[in-house]
Design a protein around this ligand. Structure first.
Ligand SMILES: [Mn+2]
Length: 196
């Protein structure tokens, strides 16, 4: 079973996260940040990951520490659950439409970190949520689970749609990249013989 449980405690956040890569899309998420909960519920659903997450964070400051630290824990869980990456597809991509919005998402589980975040949100806030934190989330993710991860805004003018499309598209792309390819279960998909 490709699963991982992460516990992380700092003076800013206390987080427990369990991830199953080969799940059914069950999200049980409570971070204290409603917008992040919404994004992670649909991330689990569209990636068909099982994700259980509890976070108590210093949201009286703002949501920055909570969002960044949940990104750290999710990336760490992905990296652990992937193990030696034997048999995985390695690459994944998805072009996700949501009403007027279109976001191109692509992932290479290469073992090297790069974030291509070409998203321009018209609003700085969605409800109480600071939209600049989305980039912080995915930056934290790729630092902990070294991969090339790109989100490119092709169209769209509603900020809630744009963020939601990125999370859904990245869930689909990550799911595709992490999937085991039938008949290639023992292979590491690199001419180097190693991902990392
Ligand atoms: Mn929504």
């Amino acid at each position: 079973m490709r699963t991982a449980t992460i516990e992380r405690r700092t003076t800013e956040t206390q987080i427990t996260l369990t991830l199953a890569l080969d799940g059914t899309g069950k999200g049980d998420v409570a971070t204290g940040c409603g917008f992040l909960d919404h994004m992670l519920q649909l991330f689990a659903r569209h990636g068909r990951f099982d994700l259980t997450l509890r976070c108590t964070g210093d949201t009286w400051v703002d949501d920055h520490h909570t969002v960044e630290d949940v990104g750290i824990c999710l990336g760490r869980a992905f990296r652990q659950a992937l193990g030696e990456m034997r048999g995985i597809a390695r690459y994944g991509n998805f072009l996700l439409p949501m009403d007027e919005t279109l976001v191109l998402c692509a992932v290479d589980l290469s073992g090297r970190m790069a974030l291509g975040w070409q998203m321009n949100f018209p609003s700085q806030k969605v409800g109480a949520f600071d939209t600049e934190l989305c980039r912080e989330f995915w930056l934290a993710f790729v630092r902990e689970c070294p991969c090339s991860l790109h989100a490119v805004q092709m169209a769209g003018d509603n900020t809630h749609h744009l963020i939601e499309a990125a999370f859904k598209g990245l869930a689909r792309a990550l799911s595709m990249a992490a999937a085991i390819v039938p008949g290639q279960e023992s292979e590491i998909p690199s001419t180097k013989g190693l991902l990392g």
